[in-house]
Ligand binder design. Structure first.
Ligand code: HAM
Length: 418
């Protein structure tokens, strides 16, 4: 009987949890700064929601089972179909555009590999009710760029590669390829950078296409074939993002619902850190046409984002320092005289009630050991309760500076708030 941690799942010990929480808090702050509001949906959904709406690889990766009531359900592998259903249900009452974000766990039965887990967290950011156009699309891409930037990353650390699925119907029609084979063709384009050229050429030939013709199209400026991409590039340039965005027709995205502009963020490792695009038809298909709302959005994953930060020594050192700060209590209460323990505990309770993080020994301990514990935990101050009570000593541990303070909560709080 296996009782070990399942492959692709993770336990979050406090040090790792603190770093992850810092990342999520920063994501949340950046989303709010862009006037996005937070929501969540259920973890379990009818499996059909993904079979019909997500398509692509996801369908084979579902954690799906039949529940006790005989319904076929699945742990959510992504948020977009749930979100589209939520928005569709109340869209008539809501002011548009809607700008929503969520930080939540997802599940995919992936092959174990670097950057991929079977449980992972995504930040999803989506904008509903604004027709395709450079301004709404740029608003979403700018938010995506602001996330790594909030950690000090910039040009050279990440690139946002943008394309548009509507580049392809005209290209394929001009070469006599059946529209029904578009997905098959896009799967080849998706892998063109990673697959050996002979393999790509063979697949293209099977579609009636010439490899060098396709490669020439991929190398050309896509804005020449699709002016809306040029307008988007200009809009992003005007927002100061010219150095991190690049038009790249090899970006096609694996999910079935995208209808136009698509983009991915890449770090130095070559794996997508985030992905998204326009999906103007999803709300309509979920409501059988009753509601129709254009949409554009993306998701960024915690695992890939952590890899991106790790590639930057400055960003990772800053994050580690912030996480350490979260783990450390502000105050360590040193009980130097056990007969004063009750007074000390009362004072520490008052400090905690005022919001200060306070640790103290739960039983008698040598004073030197208590200072050792304070340093090990990374406390900033030691508040020493001793024979001089009601006077206490407040010691700044880094500098060894010491001051005598009355053992009243207000006075001690003031001393440890500097
Ligand atoms: P996706 O490309 O499937 O898109 O996932 C987006 C991001 O989630 C990926 O770039 C990656 O960072 C992360 N991710 C996906 N699968 C895993 C995994 N197994 N382990 C770790 N990280 C993973 C979507 O999910 C779309 N619903 C995004 C979207 C939102 N489109 C419009 N709105």
């Amino acid at each position: 009987m296996n009782t070990q941690l399942l492959t692709g799942f993770q336990e979050w010990h406090p040090a790792e949890f603190a770093a992850r929480r810092r990342v999520f808090e920063t994501w949340r702050r950046v989303c709010r700064a862009h006037a996005f509001v937070e929501y969540d949906g259920p973890v379990l959904e009818p499996a059909a929601l993904y079979r019909k709406k997500s398509g692509g690889e996801l369908v084979g990766q579902l954690f799906a089972f039949t529940d006790q009531g005989g319904e076929e359900v699945a742990l959510r592998p992504e948020m977009t179909p749930t979100l589209a259903r939520m928005v569709a249900a109340r869209q008539a009452q809501m002011r548009k555009p809607l700008k929503w974000f969520s930080i939540a766990p997802f599940f995919r039965y992936e092959r174990p590999q670097k950057g991929r887990r079977r449980e992972f967290t995504q930040l999803n950011c989506d904008l509903f009710g604004e027709a395709a156009g450079p301004i709404a699309d740029a608003e979403v891409i700018a938010l995506a760029a602001a996330l790594p930037r909030a950690f000090g990353l910039g040009a050279g650390d990440f690139t946002i590669r943008i394309s548009d699925r509507s580049l392809w119907p005209a290209f394929l029609a001009a070469r006599g390829v059946d529209v029904a084979r578009t997905d098959e063709f896009l799967a080849v384009v998706d892998k063109v950078e990673r697959a050996p050229a002979v393999e790509t050429d063979a697949k293209l030939a099977a579609l009636g296409l010439d490899g060098s013709d396709v490669r020439a199209f991929l190398a050309a400026d896509p804005a020449a074939a699709l002016p809306s991409l040029g307008a988007l590039r200009e809009e992003l340039g005007a927002r100061g993002l010219g150095d991190v965005v690049r038009l790249d027709p090899t970006i096609v995205r694996g999910l079935a619902y995208y209808t136009g502009m698509v983009f991915e963020i890449f770090g130095p490792t070559g794996r997508a850190v985030a992905g998204g695009g326009r999906y103007d038809g999803l709300v309509a298909t979920l409501t059988d046409g009753a509601a129709n709302l254009p949409a554009v959005g993306f998701a960024i994953g915690d695992v890939t984002f952590a890899d991106l930060l790790r590639a930057s020594p400055v960003a990772s050192a800053r994050l580690a320092a912030a996480a350490r700060e979260d783990l450390a209590p502000r105050v360590y209460g040193v009980i130097a005289d056990e007969t004063r323990r009750a007074d000390g505990v009362r004072l520490f309770a008052a400090l905690r009630a005022a919001g200060a993080s306070v640790e103290y020994p739960l039983g008698p301990m040598k004073v030197g050991k208590q200072f050792g514990a304070a340093e090990q935990l990374g406390a900033r101050f030691a508040v020493v309760i001793g024979g001089e009570w009601p006077e206490v000593k407040v010691k700044t541990l880094a500098t060894r500076e010491e001051q005598a303070v009355q053992g009243m909560p207000e006075a001690v709080l003031a001393a440890v708030s500097q």
